[in-house]
Write a protein that binds this ligand. Structure first.
Ligand code: ADP
Ligand code: MG
Length: 702
């Protein structure tokens, strides 16, 4: 649950950061035990309440105080039901007549209560709060705040039974069935009392120069604001703490890296000239720029730590192979690491041909090899006979000793655990190029990749036509398949993506198989249909992919295993079934499987009836139709979903930012970064970490 400044552990997978064993609490805090005390130390908290709090993840006084209000209530006008109009927010008071509940196709649970106040009747609706039904017995008095809309009266907040006037700026917490707002507010109030004398981890001078309130005051402002501005100032202080922790850790990481030594590589020569010649296209300006930046890094004696960022299909792999070949040319070795076996195989298939042409020896190391083959490949890597090794990160990390690893390419790094990554960086210090297709708004990039240099491939190869995306509902899916079969008749290939997101891998696999079988008999009966999912054994998977690449399969029915990396330029159309179930980032990644050649490509999103979709799903699909620019979609995703859960944010640890709002806090983030960097520049990083994070981190010796 919530973590304080002093113990914010950097999550696994956080780019470039190794979680320290502990962040000792600051010595400056006089009564840390007040924060760490269990909730049962608060008045009137017995085992029952404690259990309910635990269900919300709230176990300590600190957890309670870090339980951020979702928003604040503002006094608004109470209206008679008769007087409601338009989509204007209002408060109504009335009694429940009866309730009904149903489930929409989008699996939303919709609870409806008829409410009357004597002047009229309205259908109050709640989404996904089925437990309320038992409480809304006929005759219950309710006070509801919400808005009339197409669902009736969509309830935002409510008081049931003995109703109270909604307080001015009362905090609204994520609550639960068993623990009402009112009770949470009371508990937080008690927690605030306990920590009034809480000390501050941020040095007073810093707090002053940043014009930030003391932490104890910030907590009061957050939970008991007298104005929205005051609440915001409190939030900003707490956000600054979080950001400073991250930025200090990044600065420390950068400082540690600065001391690592790598061998510089001699300039690119004949092999790289031939590489450019055998490529069936000219590199784009953006690719050339990235390559020049890599060349500069490789000439240095500190290891390259570069992030190669570019939208799906922008041509990163070509650049990555360049970096690997630089190692080969210097008579050393390269490693290419992917998050999954499917991806590793795909990378291997992509580079194998070109490497063969160049006389470069590449090997794929997967768990599909027999023990003997495996040992053999490892031996060839150890002896240097294999010049480029491709595999999953885990495999290469754990099992391989290179003779002389000079360049490592790490694909989709945010999916990796940090321990694995740093293991690579230790000892050997190869030059490392991280690749990601996850488009990240600038703010996020600063947070997650703040310690890496960034090369960005901004424009796709010029021969590309923008993918045409359309959204159709189920009743018109036959038209989508007609369009797809037209492409197949023209000799093109296609994807059909189907997935039950929430189901287990096994059920998903079965569903995909069933769907492939159904399509073989129906819409796609004249075509060769393959099915790809995560339950297949690697050799089966590989042979299906190879067949699809070779044009021996027309349509690939697949689960999201094709999300990243599958590269078949002749595939020009994709149908995504139940598209409303996918996240925006995922849809964008999926769509990136088409539009990889010069042909016009299409992405057809199929969903249930529009009225039954959640607003979020609706907005996502609309955004997909409107733009195919990954960066713009990333911004939209932030708008639609809010910070904290965006694009791989879970893996990257951003979801641990409780108070930070990435869209708004750019300036704050940059301040935190500047403060962290200047502390590092002044050689005071160790002291700063000691002082701000507390404890005795030894920055200088590693
Ligand atoms: P990414 O890894 O960024 O998703 P890839 O490197 O896999 O993109 O490239 C996508 C497709 O575009 C591949 O089929 C690749 O051969 C092709 N491609 C890459 N660079 C160029 C270029 N400069 N001109 C034309 N096609 C290119
Ligand atoms: Mg690629």
């Amino acid at each position: 649950m919530a973590r304080a400044l002093t113990e914010l552990r950097l999550p696994v997978g956080f780019a470039g950061l190794e979680p320290p064993a502990t962040w000792p609490r600051p010595r400056s805090a006089p009564r840390p035990e007040a924060l760490e005390a269990g909730v049962e130390t608060l008045p009137r908290v017995g085992p029952a309440v404690r259990g309910r709090l635990a269900k919300l993840g709230l176990r300590t006084v600190r957890d309670l105080l870090w339980h951020r209000p979702r928003r604040y209530e503002r006094p608004i006008e109470e209206k008679a039901i008769r007087d409601l109009f338009g989509e204007v927010e209002a408060v109504i008071e009335g009694v429940v007549l009866d309730t009904t509940s149903r489930r929409s196709r989008g699996r939303l649970k919709i609870l409806t209560a008829r409410v009357s106040d004597g002047t009229g009747e309205i259908k109050a609706t709640w989404f996904n709060q089925p437990w309320l039904e038992a409480q809304l017995v006929p005759g219950t008095k309710v006070r509801l705040r919400g808005k009339p809309n197409r669902y009736g009266f969509q309830v935002e907040t409510y008081d049931l039974g003995e109703t109270t006037e909604t307080a001015d700026y009362a905090p609204v917490y994520p609550a639960s069935e068993a623990l009402a707002q009112k009770q949470l507010r009371a508990l937080v109030g008690a927690a605030l009392e306990q920590v009034r004398a809480e000390g501050d981890a941020l040095p007073a001078s810093l707090a002053t120069s940043e014009r930030l309130p003391l932490r104890a005051d910030a907590l009061v402002a957050l939970h008991r604001p007298r104005s929205p501005d005051e609440a915001e100032r409190g939030r900003r202080r707490l956000a600054f703490d979080e950001l400073l922790v991250l930025q200090l850790a990044l600065a420390r990481r950068a400082a540690e890296r600065g001391r690592l030594v790598a061998e510089s590589l001699p300039d690119a020569g004949a092999l790289l000239t031939r590489y450019r010649e055998v490529l069936p296209f000219r590199l784009t300006e953006a690719q050339d720029r990235a390559i020049a930046e890599i060349d500069r890094d490789l000439a240095r004696t500190t290891p390259m730590q570069r992030l190669l960022q570019g939208d799906v299909g922008s041509g990163k792999t070509v650049v990555a192979l360049y970096a690997l070949l630089r190692a080969v040319e210097a008579d050393r070795q390269g490693a290419m690491m992917a998050p999954t076996e499917v991806l590793a195989e795909q990378h291997f298939l992509t580079i194998e041909g070109i490497c063969a042409e160049l006389g470069v020896r590449v090997a794929l190391l997967t768990s599909a090899l027999t023990a003997k083959e495996h040992a053999n490949v490892r031996q060839l890597i150890a002896s240097g006979d294999v010049q480029i090794a491709v595999g999953t990160h885990a495999l290469i990390q754990k099992e391989v000793g290179f003779r002389d690893l000079a360049v490592a390419v790490v694909d989709e790094q945010h999916r990796f655990g940090v321990e694995q990554r740093s293991a690579l960086a230790e000892g050997r210090s190869p030059h490392v190029l991280h690749m990601t297709a996850t488009p990240i708004p600038r703010t996020l990039a600063l947070t997650v990749y703040g310690d890496l240099s960034v090369s960005e491939i901004t424009a796709p190869p010029a021969n590309r036509k923008a993918i045409v995306t359309a959204w159709v509902t189920d009743d018109r899916s036959s038209e989508a398949y007609e369009r797809l079969t037209r492409h197949l008749r023209d000799g093109r290939q296609a994807y059909v993506v189907c997935a039950l997101i929430e189901a287990s891998e096994l059920t998903v696999a079965r569903a995909a198989e069933d769907e492939a079988e159904r399509l073989r008999r129906a819409e796609l009966k004249d075509f060769r249909v393959g099915c790809l999912h995560g339950r297949l054994k690697p050799p089966e998977r590989r042979s299906i992919m190879a067949d699809f690449k070779a044009g021996e399969i027309d349509v690939l029915v697949a689960t999201t295993v094709i999300e990243v990396g599958v590269d078949v330029p002749n595939a020009t159309i994709m149908i995504v079934q139940e598209a409303d179930r996918f996240g925006l980032a995922q849809l964008h990644q999926l769509r990136g499987r088409v539009g990889r050649g010069a042909q016009q490509s299409y992405c057809l999103l199929v969903s249930g009836p529009k009225e039954e979709l959640t607003d979020v799903a609706h907005d996502r699909l609309e955004a997909m139709v409107q733009t195919s620019d990954g960066f713009e979609l990333a911004e939209r995703d932030l708008e639609i979903r809010g910070e904290g859960q965006l694009l791989g944010a879970r893996q990257s640890g951003l979801s641990d930012l409780h108070f930070t709002r990435l869209r708004q806090d750019t300036a704050l983030l940059e301040r935190a970064r500047d403060v962290a960097r200047s502390l590092a520049d002044e050689g005071e990083l160790a002291v700063a970490v000691e002082r701000i994070l507390g404890g005795s981190e030894h920055i200088g010796d590693s």
